[in-house]
Design a protein around this ligand. Structure first.
Ligand SMILES: Cc1cc2nc3c(=O)[nH]c(=O)nc-3n(C[C@H](O)[C@H](O)[C@H](O)COP(=O)(O)O)c2cc1C
Length: 193
């Protein structure tokens, strides 16, 4: 069986636990596989935000590519994918995608995703957001296929822990690709329970 391939980019915004949750969820679905690209910023942030080593994070992905590998598969439209998710997405990476400044493999893969008209989901995270951040995100959101899904807190599903809150956000990030995260309770299901 040919599995659907999702490129998962991680940049240096806060949110390593979300990346981990997303990779675990893709792993649980036998119809999908992940190609992980972590920027140097993502690796640094991860060192503050998880007890997992970089190798342990890599082990959660099916394929791992380094950001310097600008000649790797995702640098070309001929690398077939069902789209790309950037989690977390820093304001620097959002700016790079916005301007087409593709100087690492993550940015190039996002650039290719856009030029090929494939879905691109950005888990953009910063606080507060400046006018520059908002302008970049707004203009990105206007491109067909681009979804800005920031890691916003939600309470309506009655999360009992920060892990449950993160799992809910991870489910929302995977939803646009049709990946159903186990245990995800949408508002309607919560309301009707
Ligand atoms: C612990 C830590 C947390 C950070 N959180 C954010 C953040 O939430 N949003 C953001 O835009 N940048 C954040 N940064 C700054 C980025 O990591 C920095 O701008 C970096 O150059 C981004 O590069 P990249 O997009 O290539 O990974 C953080 C940095 C550190 C060390």
């Amino acid at each position: 069986m040919n599995r659907k391939r999702l490129i998962v980019g991680a940049s240096g915004a806060s949110g390593t636990p979300l990346l981990i949750e997303v990779l675990k969820s893709i792993r649980e679905d036998p119809t999908w596989e992940s190609t992980l690209i972590m920027t140097d910023g993502a690796k640094l942030t991860a060192s503050y935000e998880t007890d997992l080593t970089l190798q342990e994070i890599y082990a959660l992905a099916d394929h791992v590519l380094e950001p310097e590998a600008i000649d790797a598969g995702p640098a070309s439209g001929s690398y077939r994918t069902a789209g790309m998710l950037v989690v977390p997405c820093s304001m620097k990476t959002a700016a790079g995608i916005h301007s087409g400044y593709a100087d690492n493999l993550l940015l190039r893969a996002a650039d290719v995703t856009l030029k090929e008209g494939r879905p691109l989901v950005l888990c953009a995270r910063e606080s507060p957001l400046s006018a520059i951040h908002l302008r970049n995100l707004y203009e990105l959101a206007m491109i067909p296929g681009v979804r800005i899904i920031p890691p916003m807190l939600t309470y309506y599903h009655d999360p009992k822990s920060i892990e449950e809150m993160a799992a809910h956000t991870a489910a929302k990030l995977l939803e646009p690709f049709g990946i159903e995260k186990r245990g995800y309770r949408r508002w309607q299901e919560v309301r009707d329970a």
